[in-house]
Write a protein that binds this ligand. Sequence first.
Ligand code: CMC
Length: 387
Amino acid sequence: KGLFTYDPGFVSTAACESKITYIDGDQGILLHGGYPIEQLADKSDYLEVCYLLLNGELPTEEQKKEFIHIIKNHTMVHEQMSHFFNGFRRDAHPMAIMVACVGALSAFYHDSLDINDAHHREVCAFRLIAKMPTLAAMSYKYSIGQPFMYPRNDLGYAENFLHMMFGTPCEEYKPNPVLAKAMDRIFVLHADHEQNASTSTVRLAGSSGANPFACISSGIAALWGPAHGGANEAVLTMLEEIGDESNIAEYVERAKDPEDPFRLMGFGHRVYRNFDPRAKVMKATCDQVLKELGVENEPLLKIAKRLEQIALEDPYFVERKLYPNVDFYSGIILKAIGIPTSMFTVIFALSRTIGWISHWSEFHSSPNRIGRPRQLYTGPKKRNYPQ
Ligand code: CMC
């Protein structure tokens, strides 16, 4: 009695069983439904991966067509939601807006909140997949004072997102297929990553019976931190701060100094003790995008590549098995596409929503109980209140 396994940071505690995603951190392997992430990034697309994560199998052609049709049916958000945005300052961080707006969806779509009803759970998943790009783009448009753009269902998922981000009522956005493909690939690479901090948060919130929109909102909040999804924004800030290849050594030294809280952002991972397989695909995609835009000599890319090279040869990083992670190159691609830094983590949240809702659905589709970790109490012994 009173004795628990003590595992701060949950380094060696499995909190659930799951069929969705497999990671072998030592080998640098990531599989969704058994399929390697490299193959999915190359041959599949985001909506197909959404179907796979939700259903455990790739769709047939017919099933894919129907799935896309359903998602497109849900892309608009309730018109009242646009008034909700007006309560925010224009300079609000878009992640703050996302935490609020996604939670607020539960006030708009309470016709599907019975978590014990499999159909309701499915409809919530469809709504979230469909509406996240709309809300994300609205948070950006609000920040720059432009009118919200309605979704266009004649476009693909990523193209539609770019249209809502960059189109205006005065000028139609003409999606560049290379950029749209890169955007879709970023969505695929972020779609799920088993029991990371935000997914565990969603599962734990879900274990109390909270509605899915509230649970996803808790996931967005957990994702926001720089040790997790906020790292993509922090990487770009770091690369800009480094500014020149000649300053890299100084930053590497700072990252190694135990007295300095600075870390190389986009480096290291709790599970991967090898290359993050997503980082490799991201790096190749980064090269493709910059080539397409004719900016192969982008100074930030040069700094990133040199920094990677120096770190991979430095005994500090080698001994600790610290490799570039998914966030290291994604920011350079997003910046090249024209997406502001403050939107990077929002795009991570948009992509990860399918992972969160798939885990939430898996939790509710199997026997479960509320999550309730214990603690080792280290406070004062029982004492009397002063007379
Ligand atoms: N730069 C310098 N040193 C590092 C770094 C880094 N980026 N990451 C880890 N270390 C060192 C750390 O100081 C420690 O050294 P020592 O053993 O001498 O005390 C050792 O490596 C182990 O680090 P840890 O903090 O115990 O590892 P963790 O598993 O708790 O943390 C991490 C993992 C991802 C939070 C961490 O590597 C980090 O802060 N990285 C930078 C932020 C980042 O890129 N996050 C994105 C992660 S991938 C996407 C996502 O999950 O959202």
